[in-house]
Design a protein around this ligand. Structure first.
Ligand SMILES: Cc1cc2nc3c(=O)[nH]c(=O)nc-3n(C[C@H](O)[C@H](O)[C@H](O)COP(=O)(O)O)c2cc1C
Length: 227
């Protein structure tokens, strides 16, 4: 059993504490705290816009044993504030090297049902880890993020597998290991049949459109008559 360390949870979602990313990261952090770890949470968007918050993130990252990046997929990439955070930290760590060995993992969730949609974003995180001097301990990908939105991740019901898998991930990280292939595969498994997720997404999209007064979703006002 390795010594408990300090973890930094870096939330990439501009939705901050209300995001699915925050929920996923919180479960990982809660798992590490059970092993005696201490944690601080930072939101990339807040840190970028607010110099005191940036200083805190900078200090916490320099002291961390492990950084967990929890972020949504945005246009097959990462949200802009997280990219800027990576760029700033990268520049900083090239002027002042960190005083100890540090590790980094990422958990990326997306709206599309397939977890592999997150591969490119995870590769960007892995690249950042290598170039900024962190040991890359693996990336977790989760599809169907919309199914978790606003819902607590517990060991009951639909979120059971996600919760159990994140606890296992925390155990692996607390034992100083990288994330195992079994854990990565377990989180990537769909939470429900893809057809059901698509159906729920379609219905909620239509309800949202209706609430906003959009009545003609199939309208093509500029289509030519001979099209
Ligand atoms: C600007 C924007 C771009 C997005 N791009 C993608 C995408 O390329 N692929 C995808 O599967 N989901 C995409 N999504 C959906 C989010 O990844 C998804 O809703 C996610 O669950 C949000 O997580 P969060 O609550 O942590 O922000 C996008 C959402 C937004 C707002």
């Amino acid at each position: 059993m390795s010594t408990p360390g300090q973890v930094v949870l870096l939330i990439g979602s501009p939705r901050g504490g209300r995001s699915t990313s925050a929920q996923l990261g919180d479960v990982l952090v809660a798992g590490l705290k059970k092993h005696g770890w201490t944690a601080t949470t930072h939101i990339a968007r807040t840190a970028i816009a607010n110099p005191p918050a940036w200083s805190e993130l900078e200090r916490a990252t320099a002291a961390a044993d492990l950084v967990i990046v929890a972020t949504p997929l945005y246009v097959d990439s990462l949200p802009a504030p997280l990219i800027e955070t990576f760029e700033r930290l990268h520049a900083l760590r090239h002027t002042a090297a960190p005083p100890k060995a540090q590790r980094l993992i990422a958990v990326v969730n997306s709206g599309f049902p397939e977890a592999h949609q997150n591969d490119t974003a995870l590769a960007i995180c892995r690249c950042f880890a290598h170039r900024a001097g962190f040991r890359w301990d693996g990336g977790l990908a989760l599809g169907m993020g919309g199914a978790l939105s606003g819902q607590a991740i517990t060991e009951r019901g639909r979120t059971h597998t996600v919760a159990v898998t994140l606890h296992r991930a925390a155990d692996e990280l607390a034992a100083d290991g990288p994330l195992s292939a079994a854990t990565i595969q377990a989180l990537a498994r769909p939470m429900m049949p893809v057809w059901l997720y698509r159906l729920i997404a379609e219905v909620s999209f239509r309800i949202t459109a209706w609430r906003h007064g959009a009545r003609h979703l199939g309208a093509q006002p500029y289509a030519r008559e001979d099209d």
